[in-house]
Write a protein that binds this ligand. Sequence first.
Ligand SMILES: *[C@@H]1O[C@H](CO)[C@@H](O)[C@H](O)[C@H]1NC(C)=O
Ligand SMILES: *[C@@H]1O[C@H](CO)[C@@H](O)[C@H](O)[C@H]1NC(C)=O
Length: 501
Amino acid sequence: MQTMSKSVMFCGVLLAVLVVACRAAEPRRDTFGPSKGRHGAMLNGRPLAKRVCYFESWAIYRPGIGRYDIEDIPAELCTHLVYSFCGVSNVTWGVLVLDPERDLGEEGGYRRLVRLRDNHPDLKVMLAVGGWGEGGKKYSQMAMDPAKRESFVRSVVEYMNEYDFDGFDLDWEYPGAADRGGSYVDKDNFLYLCQELSEAFAAVGKGWELTAAVPVAKFRLQEGYHVHELCEILDAIHLMTYDLRGNWVGFADVHSMIYRRPDLDKWAYEFLNVVSLHSYFLALVDAARIPRHLYCTQNDGANLWESFGCIRDKLIVGVPFYGRTYTLGSPSNNDLHAPIMQWVGGGDPGPFTNASGSLAYFEICIYQRDDPAGWIRRYDNIGKVPFTHRGNQWIGYEDADSVKIKMDYIREKGYGGGMTWAIDQDDWRNECGQGKNPMMTALYEGMKDYVVPEPPPITTSTAVSNLVGPTDHDIRGDDNRASRCDDDPRSQPDDSVTRPM
Ligand SMILES: *[C@@H]1O[C@H](CO)[C@@H](O)[C@H](O)[C@H]1NC(C)=O
Ligand SMILES: *[C@@H]1O[C@H](CO)[C@@H](O)[C@H](O)[C@H]1NC(C)=O
């Protein structure tokens, strides 16, 4: 109680100072101006929320009832379908088709995905490049050399024309990540690549969208992303607000907790959640209409992108339709943060997705359906996501209710929409009695009538900057904008594991 009132008082004083400082300096419109061309459905001059569905093209190779084909996609629930993935050739530096038999030809994946548009004329069908399996090295090499970038851009335009895609999604994981074969020069080069793609798309004039899937850990942003400029160039930013924990952290946990759990989240993981620690403080600041990036923040997640200077309505919050799994050290020690046998690489592989450390939502719900007494259902009351365990198997996942909570949050914040990795991991056959595609339906219901509000302008104010925040230069150049507030110890969140992407 005592601490609470002290911190409230502190916030109040700080707020008063900020308000005075803000009044003193008339905020001016950022020279980058309003975000560029909007696409998709509009209502009264404002865009309707995006519902972005990634599709894993390899889902067609799953055995038995796990086989998921393009015609299984509930296209009516999505505004954007993203075919994952193509790669980059280290010979031509153009697009590399990863599985020609699956992807190409009249009955290949590219054509059939685009044909879903025949019955859903408003649908945007996109091609994604990269993903976890591609690594970062080739992308670093390509982006580093203007001639290679040009080859890549030319090749992308050819594929877009040939297959009639509506957009292109960059999933380089991650620019600037030395642990993924990258280099510190990637940060600038990734921006150049985006600029050149954007210019080439504009020259074609078919209204193609350009988007990127991005991490939410602060050190990743600092290493590889000119956030403010990227958000100007790209049509949408797909936040990978999942895999925030996994077998690699060394304890059992959920992986898309929306808020920080004060008793659990420490050290490198303190601020790694969907929203951030400071939502209470941020609410006060927002209420006073103080631009977010004018004070230092310590949060990862969606707020981090905003506080680094990204305009709010371009942020699309990701929701995983899969769980992260663990093998417990002891079945009786099964709470959040329970000890695990990390060396086995996660929980047992699922019957359909066959990967240690992750399970599709439909696999999880089938487990629970078949053994409702065995799988104990639990809930992270702060992180607002479910977990379940049986014996030494432990799963942190999402369900329709937790998806709904995230959609409510997106609307409350004025973000641009919701995204899922991946549509083929939902219970599309209604194996579990909640109807077909219960997860995607929750996402759809939460977003379908949501008109994205006009975002507050990105403004800068020297007086306030001098007082508490980054300098005007920082805001223009975006170098380590928020880094003076802290330096996260380099966490090792996601690199020693096979991820499903
Ligand atoms: C290009 O990629 C192939 C396949 O991944 C690899 O075997 C080869 O060594 C690479 N070539 C160069 C020049 O890096
Ligand atoms: C599952 O993956 C393992 C390797 O990770 C492989 O040896 C095995 O054949 C796969 N099983 C199925 C059914 O695909």
